[in-house]
Design a protein. Structure first.
Ligand code: AMP
Ligand code: MG
Length: 412
């Protein structure tokens, strides 16, 4: 680990991320799941299309199918049959003839074009075109125009989206191989913490960290093992960590990673595993512990809710993505004008909270959510992006261009 030159003793964010990822070995167990249960799972196989989609030329409109030569020869064609979706026309359609056709129905042999029913005049079996020009191939959806047979459609490591589930169904794929869900233990530490539903006594607060972490992890499709709140007590913390390590692929704790009098987490972890206590050069979130327990990865997040969320989202989640074998999360980054001044001192990279919007000129602009104190969870609730300010950046004036990272689905 090398130190950041501008902030002695602090590990630059990129370095922390790289050091952490270097210690993560992805899981290898795959399971089979029916596609309707596979949303958000990570594919453990490449998916190649077993067929052309669509499997046959078909009509994009309700109308009449014919060969373009027929149209070029005569403005009126003779109706010889009908092609319905699922009940194709089986006969011939010769020069001068046409077939009534419905959307999605197979284009009859010899036919290559379709005219919409709104653009013809029907007189019993005589169909007269109202338009003077029709191009060959009009309103025909071609075999394989969506997906070609044998084409690679989805890659191993891809996290299945709602659309992907539809694509798998369109290929006739009923089951997929995916990586098994991770088991992740959550441990909140602090004598002052009470769970919602309990009664607060003097000096207490409600524990919120494990709740939003569990909510994010659910979207990430993992099994959460919640150890609740553990008191600041060496033996109690040790017992929880030992039990968590036995059951989980990763253990995430919050609180107790700074060096306060009641911070026993460090002593316990020094005894149990190979854990690095990092001061990452980011704000919020300076104290962050990461390393290996006997059976699992360990992430020690700071207790302040905003710091816990930012370090989880920007560091731990990236490592868990690798552990899950998933392709890296793709986050949208934009350069926009800040409408507000942004307070900032040099030395740490800031993840300030902002609201991205369009101004009257139709330009993207970002506005600070106000106080950036790491205890103010509501600042994250109203935000829709991080304003990312590099370590060497000082104060930013209104009107300057800044980099924002739009909140991804995990924290929206
Ligand atoms: P610590 O890192 O344990 O010193 O905690 C830093 C701050 O975060 C303190 O104000 C704690 O009360 C608060 N805190 C710690 N854990 C939680 C939690 N699970 N939910 C909400 N606040 C917490
Ligand atoms: Mg504490």
């Amino acid at each position: 680990m090398s130190d950041c030159c501008s902030a002695p003793g602090l590990l630059p964010f990129e370095q922390a991320l790289a050091d952490m990822l270097a210690q993560v070995t992805p899981i290898s167990d795959v399971i089979s799941l029916p596609i309707d249960q596979a949303l958000s799972y990570v594919l453990g196989q490449d998916i190649h299309s077993p067929l052309n989609v669509p499997p046959h030329n078909n009509s994009a409109m309700d109308g009449y199918a014919f060969e373009i030569k027929s149209f070029l020869t005569s403005g009126t064609l003779t109706l010889v049959g009908c092609s319905m979706a699922g009940a194709p026309y089986q006969g011939e359609c010769k020069l001068g003839e046409c077939v009534r056709i419905m959307t999605g129905a197979k284009i009859p042999n010899n036919c290559d074009s379709v005219e919409m029913q709104e653009n013809v005049h029907v007189d019993q079996q005589k169909i007269t075109f109202l338009k003077e020009k029709i191009t060959k191939g009009s309103h025909v959806r071609n075999t394989g125009e969506d997906i070609q047979k044998h084409q690679k459609v989805l890659s191993k490591g891809h996290r299945l989206s709602t659309i992907d589930i539809g694509i798998l169904a369109s290929l006739g794929v009923a089951e997929v191989r995916v990586y098994r869900p991770l088991n992740i233990a959550l441990i909140a530490t602090g004598n002052e913490l009470k769970l919602p539903g309990q009664v607060l006594t003097d000096g207490d607060i409600f524990a919120s960290n494990s709740f939003f972490l569990a909510a994010i992890l659910k979207k990430f499709n993992v099994n959460v093992i919640d150890f609740g709140v553990i008191n600041d007590d060496f033996q109690a913390i040790k017992k929880a960590f030992v039990a968590a390590d036995k059951q989980a692929d990763a253990v995430i704790s919050t609180g107790g990673v700074s060096v306060g009098d009641a911070d026993y987490t460090k002593d316990v972890l020094d005894e149990l595993g190979d854990i690095g206590f990092w001061k990452v050069a980011i704000k919020p979130g300076k104290p962050f512990a990461f390393g290996l327990l006997p059976n699992s990865l360990f992430f020690g997040l700071p207790g302040n809710p905003v710091s816990a969320l930012v370090t989880f989202h920007q560091l731990a989640l990236i490592a868990l993505t690798k552990l899950q074998n998933a392709e890296p999360i793709n986050r949208t980054v934009l350069k926009v004008i800040t409408t507000t001044e942004l307070r900032k001192s040099t030395g740490r990279m800031d993840f300030q909270r902002g609201v991205l919007s369009l101004n009257e000129q139709g330009e993207n602009v970002v506005t600070s959510t106000g106080s950036q104190s790491s205890g103010i969870l509501s600042s994250l609730a109203v935000a829709n992006c991080y304003i990312i300010l590099p370590a060497d950046q000082g104060k930013v004036s209104a009107g300057e261009i800044v980099t924002v990272q739009v909140f991804d689905d995990y924290i929206r």
